[in-house]
Design a protein around this ligand. Sequence first.
Ligand code: EPU
Length: 334
Amino acid sequence: MVFAMSSSTLWPCVAIREASLAERTTMRVGGRVEWLLEPTTPDELAAANAAARDRGLRPRVLGGGANVVIDDGLLPGVVISTERLRRVFRPLAGEAGAESETLDAEVTPAAIAPPDPAQDPRLVVWCGATLPALLRAARDLGYSGLEGIVGVPGYVGGGVAMNAGGRWGEMWDVIESVRVIDEDGELRDLARDECTPSYRNANLGERIVVGAVLRFHPEPVLVIRERMRDYLVQKNAVQPVTEWSAGCVFKNPDPERSEGRSAGKLVDDCGGKGLERGEAIVSPLHGNFIVNRGKATAVDVFTLMEDVQDLVAQKTGIRLEFEVKRWRPSDPRE
Ligand code: EPU
């Protein structure tokens, strides 16, 4: 299907011209993008990517906007939103090649559910499923393995691409395979052992994550629920979860260099908490969070990120690496 959005531009999916981006991110900062594309199936996602590339553009992919700060003004080119690719379902029971079929749009949850979930504790997820929705689905089926990322607000695509996680576990703990759009624009399945995920990076390069097959282990729902509650209580006590932020700004440094101190502890020790630039402030609760107090601009946030990085470098000799992505016209795509 081809959608005509203006007399001169055709896109293979819903497309919005000069779409506003700030409200699509958890930081609530950013301007507009020339074109926002909203595919509804993996095939449409591949077609949207191909259409952008045909125009000489390398699209950026936006999921839940949980780990990104977008520049003010107009971002040239194309952003593909995975907002409409929300599906989570159980794989086809006992058929050879089920993994390769299960990410396809025609498969409906009712048609594929095996009689006993514990026999096949796997879920198939599309990139636009929210991590909270995925965790709820897994919990309610008695599937354990992802409780450690409770409280992470992003979508599956970003979570897989950056190996979202924390001290209790990470996304790739449960990944059996991922479906990606390769550099050549083709949909391709990669088995877990073909990939080399590391701390906060799946190392998938330019590939776009379309979905994944996740393997859990069965546990009583009550046990999973309690574990998630426990983690969430601990997290909520030390992180500014109800405020507008992009999550942890910096990756934790090599513990040997930092004497085991996390990025947040280093910022705290260097007196960075409470530093402000315009309406952006380093959270007084946790040194690794920058919070938008309401009207922060991207410039406020970028300046504060760099100033905190400089502060820690001057005081400790450690140059912290950004975990948060910055989307500016001049930045290389990540
Ligand atoms: N600490 C301070 N002051 C601070 C911040 C932390 O003293 O301002 C202390 C804490 O009290 C604690 C220690 O530092 O004793 C480590 O805590 P911290 O939260 O800094 O680090 P972490 O547990 O390694 C990781 C992830 C978080 C994730 C949590 C829980 C990174 C950079 N951080 O933190 O991830 O929520 O585990 O699972 O990997 C994110 O990726 O956006 C994120 C927030």
